[in-house]
Design a protein around this ligand. Sequence first.
Ligand SMILES: N[C@@H](CCC(=O)N[C@@H](CS)C(=O)NCC(=O)O)C(=O)O
Length: 209
Amino acid sequence: MLTLYFCPGACSTASHIGLEEAGAQYVEKPIMLPKGEQKTDAYLKINPRGKVPALDVDGKILTENTAILAYIAKAFPDKKLMPADPFEAARGISTMAWFSNIVHPSYTHYMRPERFAADAVAQPSVKETGKKTFWTHLQEIDGLLAGQDFIMGKDFSVVDGYALVFYGWGLRAELPMKELANYTAFKDRMLQRPAVKKVLVSEDSVLIK
Ligand SMILES: N[C@@H](CCC(=O)N[C@@H](CS)C(=O)NCC(=O)O)C(=O)O
């Protein structure tokens, strides 16, 4: 049995899309970050780091989008959610690691500057730098999509749901997302996918406003 712990609009949307694209049977457990539900004793028993997503697989917990998405792709091989070629599959993991380690934290600097500078005077600069850095990463993602439909090439993979999360965050940060023509076409292509649409509607995503 699979149970996904997620928050609408958070990076956990990537894992949510992965499960839906896999056609998996799973239970949804929303953890509302704005209400601090990630810090409750009950949730800290699931993920002591107090973060979403977490995926319960038959009573064992997997955290980190990169691992959850790699697991989903392996667990549902018929869906071909990662390239079959070992090098290409590793390249997919590499891109997700970059999303997780570099792209996501730049947005966190923008959203939560107080986590990076205790001095309130320094926080506006942390916020501004985070936003600028996030934008350069979005431009890089736009470049990755030049001449291809999906992040890994011509075929959809679990990496794509993760890439879509940052488009939505760019909209939230009021960045000029329309300037990113490849990324915008990709976002529109993703919205045509019934599984993606279902998740975004259920999460009341900024991507479908
Ligand atoms: N690298 C992790 C990042 C997880 C993460 O930072 N999740 C955020 C939501 S986007 C969270 O749960 N934040 C709650 C908090 O920091 O209190 C992943 O990809 O799963």
